[in-house]
Design a protein around this ligand. Structure first.
Ligand SMILES: Nc1ncnc2c1ncn2[C@@H]1O[C@H](COP(=O)(O)OP(=O)(O)OP(=O)(O)O)[C@@H](O)[C@H]1O
Ligand SMILES: [Mg+2]
Length: 316
């Protein structure tokens, strides 16, 4: 992994990105905001150690990209194996994760290593680890602590050396409190913790990421790289990005396709223009509607009625 300067900003890149089977998007990590720089320092300290890491962050904030960088920076020779725990069927979770021995069930003529075995010598990335069934959580902890795993139907455990990086978008401490997550596994994972702030909390990354995605998509589509107008920059920086970096990437891709080619304007972004006071009021009303308690709704209704009276009396 090396540090380059792109768009005047530091950029971490994979040295062999061109050979990598990863998508074009996963080749660099834009970290400009002071909070992201701090995170990068934490990442660099944690990566070379074999500690497990728990990444906490909202959806689309870049957890998997971070995990891939941890693997790269750790110099572990094995594979980076990425598994979405929410997508594993609870019935087959044991076999999928830990593998099975030949003849373990009627259809298994040969054995299978499972995700855990495939990550031997490398890194196993478990996305949304909170979705793992409780019995599997216990087996996972035992495999990590004892460095061995027993495949479904096997008589003997096999040795494994796996570094675990797990991710969650929910509060696992709360899941522990309500008995949905194993407390010992939680403490084991918490040894190395990385909190990835939501994009709206690291506004300093937004324009660099936008320029980075513009560069990537322009190159991919063989288009000239347009500039981002001052007004569009403001819209980007003021948006709250509930879908985080993935949402920004999609917005920029779309803007590139609908712009005339030399400049991205606010109307190309397809986002609410939050520099417009009416949009701000609309967003606040939406928030109030989403979070207000019943008593507050009648207060809101009273305010809106006053506003509507004033508007109807105002000179046009
Ligand atoms: N710092 C960054 N620099 C460059 N690209 C980024 C950065 N963070 C995220 N991305 C890009 O944003 C997209 C979403 O990132 P990623 O898939 O890692 O998020 P995630 O947190 O794992 O999402 P989910 O919660 O849906 O699993 C990817 O295309 C990724 O390459
Ligand atoms: Mg992910």
């Amino acid at each position: 992994m090396s540090l380059h300067e792109t768009f005047g900003q530091p950029l971490l890149t994979f040295p062999d990105a061109e050979k990598s089977p990863l998508s074009i998007r996963a080749k660099a990590l834009v970290f400009v905001d002071p909070r992201s720089r701090q995170l990068r320092e934490e990442l660099e300290q944690l990566a070379p150690r074999s500690l497990p890491v728990l990444i906490r962050g909202e959806t689309g904030s870049g957890k998997e990209l971070l995990a891939r960088h941890i693997h790269r920076a750790s110099d572990r020779g094995g594979l980076f194996v990425s598994v979405n725990c929410g997508a594993i069927s609870p019935t087959y979770a044991d076999a999928e994760l830990f593998g099975y021995a030949a003849g373990a069930h009627s259809s298994s003529a040969s054995s299978r290593a499972g995700w855990f075995g495939s990550a031997n010598g490398g890194t196993l990335y478990l996305d949304e680890i909170g979705d793992l069934p409780l019995p599997i959580q216990i087996k996972l902890l035992a495999a990590l602590e004892n460095h061995e795993v027993t495949r479904v139907g096997a008589q003997q455990p096999s040795p494994v050396d796996v570094r675990l990086v797990a991710a969650t978008s929910i509060d696992l401490a709360q899941a522990v409190a309500v008995g949905k997550f194993n407390e010992r596994l939680y403490h084991y994972l918490s040894e190395g913790r990385l909190d990835l702030p939501a994009l709206r909390e690291r506004v300093g990354d937004i324009l660099s990421l936008a320029e980075y995605f513009l560069g990537i998509y322009s190159q991919r589509l063989s288009l000239p790289v347009p500039l981002i107008s001052e007004a569009a920059q403001q819209v980007l920086e003021r948006h709250s990005w509930p879908g985080n970096t993935r949402e920004l990437e999609n917005v920029i891709h779309f803007a590139l396709l609908v712009s005339s080619g030399d400049e991205i304007l606010p109307e190309h972004l397809n986002l609410p223009d939050s520099t417009n006071p009416l949009t701000q009021i609309e967003q606040q009303v939406e928030q109030l509607l989403a979070f207000a308690r019943p008593g507050q709704l009648s207060e809101l209704q009273r305010l809106l009625e006053r506003l509507s009276q004033r508007v109807s009396q105002a000179p046009r």
